[in-house]
Design a binder for this molecule. Sequence first.
Ligand code: AMP
Length: 190
Amino acid sequence: MRLLIMGPPGVGKGTQAVGIAAHYGIPAISTGDIFRANVKNQTPLGLEVSRIMADGGYVPDEITNAIVADRLVEADAAAGWLLDGYPRTSGQVVALDEALAKSGQTIDAVISLVADTDVLVARLLKRAELEGRADDNADTIRNRMVIYTEATDPLLATYRDRGLLVEVDGIGSIDEVAQRITAALDEKLA
Ligand code: AMP
């Protein structure tokens, strides 16, 4: 089982990624988590990307692609994986295709968590308030949504054209959404 998961900020993508991966017995591989761990441990990679991440930018494709290609050939990824937060650019889509072609592998499905922007903005505003993050206001949050949509729409279109996209309503309890995802995948992959 080789899966991608995509979804806007605040939709609970990371949580669902972990649950869905556990359900299918495959690792959830989050590029954001890999980068954060490297920053925390002050590795050479971490030192290189910490500034980019702090500024909210994207780590350059050649770095990100190499990290993912290395991760996908680790032993625990042989039976499958769920990629969370990658690919994020069209260059990364091409790099992933090339890495998979080398090992004769293909993507089975791309989960797209869908939610109304106003609901997500309200949710993120509440979270920012609870966590005392004053820099997260409605404008910055909406801006993140716009940036996400602009970056991701072409990728979703690519995977839709390939017949891989599985759109799932991302609003509901963690269990409800998880059940929707597995039901949609079971139907698609049956
Ligand atoms: P995330 O937790 O997925 O939001 O990722 C946190 C940060 O890691 C992002 O803001 C980027 O700086 C970096 N990052 C994660 N995944 C990627 C990716 N696929 N391409 C470029 N940068 C990424």
